[in-house]
Design a protein around this ligand. Sequence first.
Ligand code: PEP
Ligand code: MG
Length: 608
Amino acid sequence: MKPLRRLFYKPLSSTLTVTSINGFHLRPAAKFATEAKQFLCDIHIEFDQKSVNAKAVNAILSLNLDRDDTFTLTAHGKDAKKAIEMLRDTFEMLMNSESDPKQIEKRSTSYQSSTLSGEIISEGIAVGSLYRFTVREVAHASLCSFEEALKESAAELERLYSHSKKDADAHIYLAQKALLLSLAEGIDTLEDFIARIEAEKEGLKNGRHATKIADLNDLLYRIKKQMGYDYQVSLPKTPFILSADDLLPSQIKILENSTVLGVVLTNGSPTSHTAILLRASGIPSLLLDNPMKREEGKVILDAYSGVIVLKPSPQDLILAFKRQNEDDKFQFEIHQNRFKPALTKKGEKINLFANVSDLASAREAKEEGAEGIGLLRSEFLFKTHKPIIRDQVKAYREIFDLFEDVTVRTLDVGGDKALPYIDILKEQNPFLGIRGIRLLKTEPKLIEEQLEAIFLAAENRPIKVMFPMISTPEEFSEAKSFALNVALEKDISIDNLRFGMMIEVPSVLFALREFNELVDFYSIGTNDLAQYLFAIERTHPTLKIDPASPILFDAIRHVMRESTKPVSLCGELAGDTRAIPQLLETGIRTLSVSGKRIGQIKNKVRDV
Ligand code: PEP
Ligand code: MG
């Protein structure tokens, strides 16, 4: 029975139209339902004589809302007015942010042998033997309860989200998590969950969202895996082109670690999550218009022309290899030029440094053409246990040995980065709490030992020591005095060292003149700077910071104008090729990006 007080409120409604070409699909639906849950009132979506709970992502999906469909959003209860207004805005924002999938233009084709055409999922070309995808389900003794499996699957999706580079593909994991939790509501056995999945699939089958069935299958697969079901996927050890009806998003990871050259699907959609992940992993892939009759033998998968060539002739193979060569040439050029300086068209040199987080990533960065380390995230040493000074010295020294120019950042934990062995006060807003340099107050010994280790490892090298999360000039002065004291007490000469800070707290923007008197250098951390400028948690599941926001660029420009000390930029923004022209316009001349991005960014700089 509805609470009596609800009788006092009139239901409010608004009509909304789906404008995205992808319809009201999983990702926007997950965000919408999450936002709806914040309100106390009942919220429903009415469409096609059905009314569903707008707080449940699977209920929204069951409506199969497509582009141009108009539905009614109704809210009934105390905060209904606010709910309608906010959800209307959210919906519009979600629709606008859904760009039309890139229509990949097909190159013309002139193969001699017969071809099957299809839609390009991910560009590229491959020549190899077809291999039919098969999965064998083997049930072992149940490892855990449904409840535990649900918890672990949700945690796994969360981990996948945070380990992804937070691009569009990362949000698939978050959306899947929201869908999983919503589907599992009120369910406590695998049998009931299977029944619910089957019912959902039935509802989607004849609609235009049939491709979303892969997401449902994937969730069931995740739960079953946790409960002791084993899915044996056997793939050839030698290179192959995979043919399958459709793949589950989670199976793309298995493919990434195999010798797969390309993928041919006969079901699915170029906008499905599977397709997004295939694109993200760069595997040439095609979605065929019609199934193949023969799924064996050597083929050419030309995902530039959108065809698969069956029984290719020698001339066809020559043509394919030629195209493959052109493709490889571009990547090769980037790779070849990775050690060359990045000069703009006007001949200005842009320094390309690397963000590294341990010895392996530092070595990789060197191999990728990094000219130095712009940010050594030192947290790697502290993750599982408190490291002794000797181990720290060894680890720093190994990394310092690789480059002449190294910036090492002191421990930056708190917020989203916790340490198991230090007690950080339970905070309501950890991102606004004891983070970065603020640890100096709570864990001075930890910072003292780290500084001692850095000083010992530096020896005569001109290492730069950087403090994170500085918000006031006093804080920097305190940190630097602390460091000088450590050197004095331990009798270590640090004349060769420089001390600088991250610019990632907005208050710094208003005190740059004072900071100029204190620091030797700055590095702009756009990840946190944007988080604090816009008051949007960087790991927030639904709110997203606009990386191209003019406000963020204004902040960078302001730093460049006010600073009298060298400035570099080490946030994710520096690794985004689209941001490079604008970043260089601000006057930034040193970028620090992940090792893998060095070649691409150098290539982009040469184009500006
Ligand atoms: C940043 O905040 O932009 C940054 C580079 O530091 P981190 O991502 O390690 O917080
Ligand atoms: Mg930061």
